[in-house]
Design a protein around this ligand. Structure first.
Ligand code: GDP
Length: 296
C-alpha cells in the first residue's frame, strides 16, 4: 500500500555516494520522508517530532560507510532509534509480591480488556502454574460480568461469583478476600471502560486502586488507536499510574504506530500484545518486529 521508506530515501539520498558524510540538507530531506512514514503508521504528531529530532542528531555528519548506500544508512539509524524508543522485549508481568498479587486491567470500552483478562489468566495458569481468580468490576454492563464468567468456564480459570448491586470497590475487596481464602496466587480485576476518558471513570479507577492496591496496572489499548493514543495513555498514566501496556488487535492491518506513541509518552513497557480473538492469541512484545511494521 505504501512505498517502503528505504525506496523513498534511496531516491533522495543514493546519489550522494562518495561525499563522505550526510549534510544537514540531506538529513532534512530524508526526515521529511521519515515523518511521512511515521504519520502514515499513525504515530502521534508530538511523538513524530521528538523522534525526528533524535534521528537528526544522530544522522547529521554521520559518515556514509562505503559498503551501504546513504538511504540504507538513514533507514538503519531510524530503525535502531525506533527499537530503542519502543523499549525492551519480554518484560514479564511482575508477580514478585505477596500473594494474592493483584493485577488491575484498565482501558476504554471495546479495547479488548475483558478478552485480554482471560488471555492473561490462561497464560499465568498454564505457563506459570499460578492459581488465578478473575473478577469483573464492570457494574454498568451486566453483560460484561457474564462475559468474564464465560471466559472463566472456557479457560478453566476461577471467576468471582457475581453478586448484583455491589460497587466496583466492594467487588474488588471481595475478590482479594476470596483469593486469600481460596489460596489464589493472582487476582485479575477487569475494570469498567467507557467509550472515552471522563472524570467519573478516572475517579473510579483511582478509588479501586486505593482499595485493592494492585501490583500491576495494565492499560489495554487497541493498536489501531490513531492520534488519540497519546491522550489516552497520558491520561491513564497521570491519573491512575499504569505499570505497563498491552496492545490488542496487532493481528489487524494497522501499522502499530500507537505502540510508539504510548510508550513514548508514558515510558512504561509494552508487556504483551493481543493477536486475535482466541484465548491463546497473546504474544510477547518484540520491538524489532513493530519497528519493521511502522517503517512498512
Ligand atoms: P472490552 O470492552 O475492553 O472488555 O473489550 P472486549 O474484550 O469485549 O473486546 C472487544 C472485541 O475485540 C471482542 O470482539 C474481542 O473478541 C475483540 N478482541 C479483543 N482482543 C483482540 C485482538 O487481539 N485481536 C482481535 N482481532 N480482536 C480482539
Amino acid at each position: 500500500m505504501f512505498e517502503n521508506l528505504q525506496d523513498r530515501l534511496g531516491s533522495i539520498l543514493n546519489g550522494l555516494t562518495g561525499r563522505g558524510a550526510l549534510s544537514e540538507a540531506d538529513v532534512t530531506a530524508a526526515l521529511r520522508e521519515v515523518r511521512r512514514a511515521l504519520l502514515e503508521a499513525d504515530v502521534a504528531l508530538e511523538v513524530v517530532r521528538s523522534f525526528t529530532d533524535k534521528v537528526r542528531e544522530k544522522a547529521v555528519g554521520a559518515s556514509v560507510l562505503k559498503a551501504i548506500k546513504p538511504g540504507q544508512m538513514v533507514v538503519k539509524i531510524v530503525h535502531d532509534e525506533l527499537v530503542e524508543m519502543l523499549g525492551s522485549e519480554g518484560v514479564a508481568i511482575d508477580l514478585h509480591a505477596a500473594a494474592p498479587v493483584v493485577i488491575m486491567m484498565v482501558g476504554l470500552q471495546g479495547s479488548g480488556k475483558t478478552t485480554t483478562t482471560g488471555k492473561i489468566a490462561k497464560r499465568l495458569t498454564e505457563r506459570d502454574k499460578k492459581k488465578v481468580l478473575m473478577a469483573s468490576l464492570d457494574t454498568r454492563r451486566p453483560a460484561a460480568q457474564e462475559q468474564l464468567r464465560q471466559l472463566g468456564v472456557q479457560t478453566g480459570v476461577d471467576t468471582l461469583p457475581i453478586i448484583a448491586g455491589q460497587s466496583p470497590t466492594d467487588i474488588a475487596s471481595r475478590a482479594v478476600q476470596a483469593a486469600r481464602l481460596g489460596g489464589h496466587d493472582v487476582v485479575i480485576l477487569d475494570t469498567a471502560g467507557r467509550t472515552h476518558i471522563d472524570e467519573p471513570l478516572m475517579m473510579e479507577m483511582a478509588e479501586i486502586k486505593k482499595n485493592a492496591k494492585p501490583h500491576e496496572i495494565l492499560l489495554v489499548a487497541d493498536s489501531l488507536t490513531g492520534q488519540d493514543a497519546v491522550n489516552l495513555a497520558r491520561n491513564f498514566d497521570e491519573r491512575v499510574g499504569i505499570t505497563g501496556l498491552v496492545l490488542t488487535r496487532m493481528d489487524g492491518d494497522g501499522r502499530g504506530g500507537a505502540a510508539l506513541s504510548m510508550r513514548a509518552v508514558t515510558g512504561k513497557p509494552i508487556k504483551l500484545i493481543g493477536t486475535g480473538e482466541r484465548m491463546g492469541e497473546l504474544d510477547e512484545f518484540h520491538p524489532r518486529r513493530i519497528a519493521d511494521r511502522i517503517l512498512g
